[in-house]
Design a protein around this ligand. Structure first.
Ligand code: SIN
Length: 284
């Protein structure tokens, strides 16, 4: 096949100047050969989050594609899909008020070795609404002043799952969706600026949902700088917005992006299958 933007087996259409791209020409349900997989991985590293349209995936095919990226990391708080303990449900029924993931975050930053990324597959989507926003933490880092970059490079932050998934942290609306293994909450410390394990790019690695303070600082001391970084990371020029259709599949890089699931579809159903992939230790 003729080369398109340097890719031979796929077409890659960026969704914005800094983050997100749609991939065309790949059928992830079938055997993706080594050459095509290597091009998909290049696009993933170049854009932070990639999207495939009109994929017709069984849970087994979803699992098989996830395994090409690494071992599967089972989320211990989400309800699994019936008969498929490796797949987490991201579900909002018409009677639910709250969705899962409606705040800027990166999955599993509370783990000692945070996840590489997640593969989210749309099985039912609302007629309107339910989009997901993504933000590039490489672009957010690049736009900081040299003074701020240098200060943050020497700092670490504490991340926790206790206040989000621990006992008493959310109401009855989430019953049957979140809340498994509430005792399995934990804290972890990570550099505030990580060096991406695959691309070598420096990325901002704090997030509003799971970061609780800077290491060695009190929560009160940390709050003003953390809030600056949360506002900064969410600047529109670092983001893209993905409109889901049934059969859309997204793969985002938790080390390079934040994401935010918009809760703007009251009375409608949205039902997704999520598989999360194990990462590697994070360093500076
Ligand atoms: C998540 O935060 O994992 C869910 C994202 C989404 O539902 O769009």
């Amino acid at each position: 096949m003729e080369s398109r933007n340097g890719y031979r087996t796929i077409e890659v259409k960026p969704l914005s100047g800094v983050v997100g791209a749609e991939i065309f020409g790949a059928d992830v349900a079938s055997e993706v050969d080594d050459e095509q997989f290597s091009e998909i991985r290049d696009a993933f590293h170049a854009h932070g989050v990639i999207f495939f349209r009109d994929q017709d995936l069984t849970p087994e095919q979803h699992i098989a594609f996830a395994r090409k990226w690494g071992d599967i990391n089972v989320n211990r708080f989400f309800q699994p899909v019936d008969g498929y303990p490796l797949i987490a449900e991201v579900r909002k029924e018409p009677h639910h008020e709250n969705n899962i993931g409606s705040g800027w975050h990166t999955d599993h930053s509370y783990d000692t070795v945070p996840a590489l990324g997640s593969l989210l597959y749309a099985r039912a989507v609302p007629e309107t609404g339910g989009d997901t926003l993504f933000a590039s933490m490489g672009a957010a880092f690049d736009a900081l002043s040299e003074g701020m970059k240098n200060m943050l490079r020497g700092m670490s932050a504490v991340h926790s799952s206790r206040h989000v998934f621990g006992p008493g942290s959310y109401g009855a609306d989430y019953a049957g969706r979140l809340g498994r293994q509430q005792a399995a909450t934990q804290d972890a410390v990570h550099p505030v600026i990580i060096r991406h394990p695959d691309t070598g790019r420096e990325c901002l690695y704090v997030n509003r949902d799971f970061t609780v303070r800077f290491d060695g600082w009190t929560g009160e001391e940390s709050a003003p700088l953390l809030h600056f970084l949360y506002r900064h990371g969410a600047r529109p020029e670092f983001t893209c917005r993905f409109r889901w259709r049934r059969g859309s599949l997204a793969l985002w890089d938790n080390r390079a992006t934040w994401h935010f699931a918009i809760n703007d579809y009251p009375g409608q159903r949205r039902y997704m299958h999520r598989i999360t992939i194990e990462g590697t230790p994070l360093g500076r």
